[in-house]
Each structure stands twice: as C-alpha cells, then as structure tokens.
Write a new protein. Sequence first.
Length: 298
Amino acid sequence: MIIRISHIGLVCENVDATLKNYEKVFGLKAVDFRNDQGKGFQLDARIMFANECWLHLVQNWNPESRVNRFLKSHGEGLEHLALQTDNIEADVEHLRKIGVPVYQDTIFNAADGFEAFIFPQDAIGFTIELIQPHAASWKFDPAKLSNPNILGLQHIGVAVKDLDRATRCFEQLFGIKATELRTDQHYGTQQDITIHTGNDRLWLHLVQSEDQENRVTQFMNKYGEGLEHLCIEVGDIREAVKRVKAAQVPLYQNKIYLDRADGFEAFVYPEYNHGVTVELIEPYLESRGYRPRSGKAG
C-alpha cells in the first residue's frame, strides 16, 4: 500500500549550481551530500520539506543511466516521483498481474531502500519509483528543514493529455482515487483534479488544459505528459517574493496574483530555476489544505 510521497527527483546539469540557486532564491539549504552513488557516476543531495518528503537533486554523467538519458532528451527538470510503500513485493506483484511492466522485472536492494521502477510510457508520462525503506535508507529529518517561512510542498503539478485516463491509470496502478475535480479553471479551458497520497497537506495536481497560451499546454507541447511544477506553500508570500527579487530573479509578470482561487500566488519560471517552474502560494483561510499560522503580520 502506498503510504506517502517519499521524494521528487530533480535532474541537474551541475548539482552544486542548482543547490546554490535554491538556497539563494528560496532559502532552501541542501543536506546529505553524496558522491558514491550510481557506480561513482553521480552526485546527489536533498532538500527537506516539512511534509515528510524531499527534493532529490541528482547529477549523473553515466550515458547509460536513466537520469542522464533524461537530461539529454529533456534538459534539467523534474524526472521522477518516488512513492513509499509498506509492501513493495505485493505492489510489484499487483503490477505484474495487470500487465504493467516493472523495469527489469526486479526489486532492487539499493542504498535508499528496496526499489522498483515504472517507466513513463507505462504510467502517466513520468517515471514512478516504488520504494520501501530499509535500515540504511535516507529518512525524513525535521531537524534539517532550513526556512521557517516555507511550510511545505503544497502540490506537485502534473501535465496530462487526458485527465480521465490519467486518474484511472493512477488508481489502477496504485489504488489511489482522485478527488475534487474542477472544470471551471482558467475560464473553462482547464480541468484539474487532486490525488492525495498520504503526506500532510500535499497532493498531486493533475491538469489538462486546452488553452494554447497556458503554461501547462506549452509544457505538454514541448515535453509531453510529465511533472510540470512544484508548488511551495509559504507563511508570508511577501517575504518569499522579497527573497526572490533580492536574488535578482524575475517573477512571472513581476507580480503576486491576488485573484486566484487557491491563494496569493507568484511564479518563478524554469529558465531561472534549472528547468523547474516553482509556484509560491499563501493560501486563503478557505483554501484546501490551509494550515493555521501564528504570529503573522497583518
């Protein structure tokens, strides 16, 4: 059974440069640096988020590796989603029964846990890693959180061609149903739905857009289905935006959106952030997933 999102894999050309950028722009410090993974062809580190997950930043120069092939075909960006399970053998057996191939038909005993991989063409456009931790695995460590204004990841944006097909696929593969369908976003040109995976106030946000000017449509036209953005929830969006501007990184349209359905929003686009769109959001009181905060200035 799927317990939570464990991590999101971010492929970097230069992991050191990427980590410096995330600290400068968002105040997110990296921890747990490694140089002994991927048969010596990999550098990696992680950035912790409060809702028991992390961003896994990876630089890999082995031309045979999945990560390096992604970099060559896609460039830097969000490459995979790792779902933690409490019984990887049962989950893999389920996938076999429904005819979904698992990479090399194998559960790997890896540094970070027992792992199995479902590739993009067999899921919804991106690699999904199933992981069951063991004694030596990386684990969530709240002591390694770095920016108190960042309350956690709020959602992970997934661009899909067919919302109904994608949600049915996700339920068939992992037994998780989508909820909260909306068909009235962006003047009726966008449908979206949420998939809650077990983390505190974190969900997958699946989006299908028909608007050719929409950021999601443009992503789809360039890359196809996949992990399109990270949404970071902040306690004070003014403070978060002040940090971005101090780093001399432009916001999309140089503004905080005050009229969005889910809260106050601002965007850093991928060309300024190693291939990843980051949405900063301060939810309204009535927004889904709103978490009370104390001591906030009015």
